[in-house]
Design a protein around this ligand. Sequence first.
Ligand code: DGL
Length: 278
Amino acid sequence: MSDQPIGVFDSGIGGMTVVKELFAVVPKESIVYFGDTARVPYGTKSVETVQRYAREDTELLLAHDVKMIVVACNTVSATALGEVERMARGIPVVGMIGPCAAKAVRATTSGCIGIIGTEATIASRAYETAIEEEAKRIGKQCVTFSKACPLFVPLAEEGWTDHKATELIAEEYLKELRDKNIDVLILGCTHYPVLSNVIQRTMGSSVTLVNSGAEAAKKVVEILNASPNDGHATSKPSHKVLVSDIPRKFQAIGERFLGRAMPEAHQVVWKESWTIQR
Ligand code: DGL
């Protein structure tokens, strides 16, 4: 049971930043990664569409007999976590929002928390809700300020981590958060850790950046530790990367996000039937 892989899915290749965090804390676990590269981005799509994609992505991971599902995509975590949990039939599901919100509430001194993410994540107010709940639970006062930063996704994929253009765009997006007394900023998107140097410089060194993938990885460890027969894997790990399309530069981007060599990706195809909506 414990040697089953952990399933991880994302709208595309960005979830490799979350796999990087998993490798750091559970290096002995096998991972099956699915990136829906044929349908990325999710962050600009409607909730209904993201929920349908999330159900199909979950189905694929369940077919690989995973022992846990990590929803690496913040957009799915914000809008469709319930869909994944319903389909998971009791298998633990770890999303990005809860662990990250809890960390942000614990870390803030000023009580002012900034949130950046895709349009869909910000519109969902999922982080705000989770922060409110956690603040209430531990008796802390928190206010939130959020901003969608969609251009960070292509900039991260382009590898423009310290580029002038990225600095200008970061300045434009983040200037309204800078005068809000924020001391904690949530990086609520798979791609943003790749740009953390620029984001940190723009916000100032007194602001703590919270990486949603790193907090989710700690939650994975917690679940494995709490598992009745020790949930940790015992045999040699093997990793699989599945994608719905293999775009140009895919391997290079994936390896940059992961920070090491990535197993060769295999393409999977959805066998769907289409009907005209009336
Ligand atoms: N993976 C998405 C997220 O973390 C970013 C890319 C997209 O829009 O699909 O929200």
